[in-house]
Design a protein around this ligand. Sequence first.
Ligand SMILES: *Cc1c(COP(=O)(O)O)cnc(C)c1O
Length: 455
Amino acid sequence: MEKLKKILLPEKDIPENWYNIQADMPNPTLPSLHPGTKQPIGPQDLAPLFPMELIKQEVSKERWIGIPEEVRDIYKIWRPSPLFRAYEFEKLLDTPAKIYYKYEGVSPAGSHKPNTAVPQAYYNMKEGVKRLTTETGAGQWGSALSFACNLFGIDLEVYMVKVSYDQKPYRKFMMNIWGAKVFSSPSDKTESGRKILAEDPNSPGSLGIAISEAVERAVTAGNTKYALGSVLNHVLMHQTVIGLETIKQFELVDDFPDIVIGCFGGGSNFAGISFPFLGLNFREGKNVRCIAAEPSSCPKLTKGQFRYDFGDTAGFTPLMPMYTLGHTFIPESIHAGGLRYHGAGVLVSQLLKDNLIEAQDFHQLECFDAGIKFARTEGIIPAPESTHAIACVIKEALKAKEEGTHKTILFNLSGHGFFDMSAYDAYLSGKLVEHHLTEKELHADLKKLNTPVIP
Ligand SMILES: *Cc1c(COP(=O)(O)O)cnc(C)c1O
């Protein structure tokens, strides 16, 4: 067989369905609770924020959920995305392991996030929504949703954390090109923003504040809803196009992974690459190890606790059963902005609780070192978030070498790092320092929670 570098699928092989892992999980997830009544939430509780179709997907137990033709047509801009064999990277590591990567940086916004932004904008359009609001940290999600809303004629307001708004203007320009309005958060557009500005006119903002602003606008302005780029079940499900395509691509080269790795913020790209393989574990007795790679400075999976907690700092969202560091936890400002979230999605949390997936944490300098090694062999400059997956690949590939085993390792390259040059510059010029989370810092915000740890 010809030695393929780039394993491509034709457009007709873009999946026709998303894979809903809720159909196959050995243990179902615990219900999310209303923050006031502490009773399980129902569709009516979510209706002010999300269109009904997404609420249905959130709780569906159907294994396959059809992807609308209009969404598949837009997916064609960058899907099916390529699967690469990392021959040069393997050589550098001098490992007997075969390494493959699925590259999601080929999307217009440069990451996996448009895979969910497009269907979310589509269902809102179908249900007559005229405006969406959202928050964004470093700007990856904001730009993906701007791209999607523009295609469906929906106005978008993005509340961008002030420090990023000031420090990372390029993502903002990208959002403007696709027609979105971007506000530095805290802003004077909302009650929550004005309140914070009155107390501290120089507030740097936070993701929690930005969520509060976006949610407030969605519930107070007419014909307006809210969109989230990770964590929720429907978001994770939309990302399964990544893994479903990868399974077909492995068939083309007659190979199959022993280990699947994704970096971890709220869980969407990790779920996207791993859930279809976990489905094969559950239904066909396959034995693929799936590893989530998270930053040591925000280690909810490896050092957090499984308990009910809020999704946002202000406590507006339902209480969700998840691995968390506490909703008031503010992670160190590492350069992988997309991984700085205090909790993990409910689906991934349940899978980890049941030992069906694994998690490992990696320090910032080790990740940048891995990213540079990858860029110097495979050419693509990875997003700082994605370098966590690469650090994990290196660890597993070197372990395979020590053990003398012939493993096949797959990872998701969730995005490119073209807007993160200043982070790479800081690393290369020795300005990046390692941050070590102390036991005290780790427990401070968990102690404030008044929900019990779930045994
Ligand atoms: C947002 C982002 C992540 C982290 O989010 P998940 O929902 O955990 O996938 C990872 N990589 C990139 C490139 C991102 O933009």
